[in-house]
Design a protein around this ligand. Structure first.
Ligand SMILES: [Zn+2]
Length: 59
């Protein structure tokens, strides 16, 4: 889950609005926008995702 740094709304990376495509960052913008207030949040770090996957496998 990503917690919006602006309004505190919690949403999944899939739910957020990905890649603005306008800021011209190399390789595309990886920021995820909050579906509520459109604040740009950093995507979930890959390590956290890997941990979650591992935990899911253990269930
Ligand atoms: Zn927000």
């Amino acid at each position: 889950m990503i917690r919006c740094g602006y309004c505190g709304y919690e949403f999944s990376e899939e739910e957020g609005i990905r890649g603005c495509g306008k800021c011209g960052k190399p390789g595309g913008c990886r920021m995820v926008r909050c579906p509520r207030c459109f604040y740009e949040n950093l995507p979930e770090p890959g390590t956290v995702k890997k941990m979650k996957k591992l935990l899911e496998k253990l269930k």
